[in-house]
Design a protein around this ligand. Structure first.
Ligand code: ASP
Ligand code: MG
Length: 325
């Protein structure tokens, strides 16, 4: 049987009904595969925990930056511990053997950079033992331990990175990242209704998209995927449509996706984009039409980013999308 890694994001685990959809999906896949599951915290749990810590700072008339980072990691890591345990409880109730493990039980070793720790190594002995015992093995995303056994966290959205790193160590056949969107689109489908889903995108392009503000994948997980050839697929938890495969660069070039970061930075991503100066001309023409002043332009072989001096509305994004794609 092949080993595969399934990662479920917070919105896929938000309540008991969704937990049940996730459990049934895992059960189906576990019939033909050894399954390792990596989970985020349920719904807005991490945001709520941060809010609670911030309220303590406020009460003491101090700023958030004065919160002790080690203790914040101790607090934030609770979210993933809850979701992993609940999922394992549910799978066991359904008659499927399952065990949840947190970072120190696995041995996900990181540096001591609290709140943004880097994974240094993962011990797969315990995971392999649980898989051999027939357990669906559920692992807390986002957390690690430093060399003194302090709990660390990998930065917001870091569960994706846990999943891809574990897939790499287990030499998994595939790492599925499940969320409430069913793949990577030519633009955020919540803002641009006619955006198209991509069948595949290269690691390099996906990395740019993630760093330029697309929320679907943590940029660090894409980097690990590229470096160690981990096949990553993003799919929806809630439908069975084929998602987007992240692969090594194919022979094709062209514009893949357009993304807005913050309020005034628009990036057009696609390998070889710098070899066609029409792309920039078209963007500048639209900017001119809307009397948008340009603050900075940044061009590389995979990306053109334009930073405007003012807020860029979604209708401008829509026009750029329609002209270029
Ligand atoms: N729960 C963490 C967060 O909200 C990690 C993750 O979801 O990947 O950032
Ligand atoms: Mg995420």
């Amino acid at each position: 049987m092949d080993t595969i890694v399934l990662k479920f994001g917070g919105s896929s685990l938000a309540d008991n009904k969704k937990l049940e959809i996730v459990a049934n999906k895992i059960i189906k896949i576990s019939k033909d595969n050894k399954v390792v599951v990596v989970v985020s915290a349920q719904g807005k749990t991490t945001d709520n925990l941060i809010k609670q810590a911030n309220e303590l700072a406020e009460m003491e008339d101090l700023s958030d930056s004065q919160l002790n980072k080690r203790e914040l990691d101790m607090l934030l890591s609770c979210g993933e511990q809850m979701s992993s345990a609940k999922l394992a409880i549910l799978l066991n109730l359904k008659g499927y053997k399952s065990i949840s493990l947190n970072a120190w039980q696995v041995g996900i070793n990181t540096n001591n950079n609290h709140q943004n720790a880097l994974i240094e190594s993962i011990d797969i002995t315990r995971i392999n033992k649980e898989l051999e015992n027939g357990n669906i093995t559920i692992i807390t995303g986002f957390q690690g331990i430093d060399k003194y056994n302090n709990i660390t966290t990998l930065g917001r959205g870091g569960s994706d990175t846990t999943a891809v790193a574990i897939a790499k160590e287990l030499k998994a056949k595939q790492c599925y990242i499940y969320s409430d969107v069913d793949g990577i689109y030519t633009a955020d489908p919540n803002k641009i209704p006619n955006a198209d889903k991509l069948k595949n995108i290269s690691y390099e392009e996906m990395y740019e998209l993630s760093s330029e503000g697309a929320k679907v994948l943590h940029d660090r997980c894409v980097e690990i995927g590229e470096r160690f050839d981990v096949p990553i697929v993003t799919e929806s938890t809630f439908n069975n449509k084929p998602g987007t495969q992240i692969t090594h660069k194919l022979e094709c070039s062209g514009i893949k996706s357009i993304v807005k970061k913050d309020i005034s930075r628009i990036s057009v991503i696609g390998f070889g984009i710098n070899s066609n100066d029409n792309t920039l001309k078209k963007i500048l023409k639209i900017a001119d039409k809307h009397s948008l002043e340009i603050f900075n332009i940044d061009i590389s072989r995979t990306k053109i980013s334009v930073v405007f001096k003012e807020i860029v509305k979604d209708n401008v994004l829509q026009e750029i999308h329609d002209v270029l794609i």
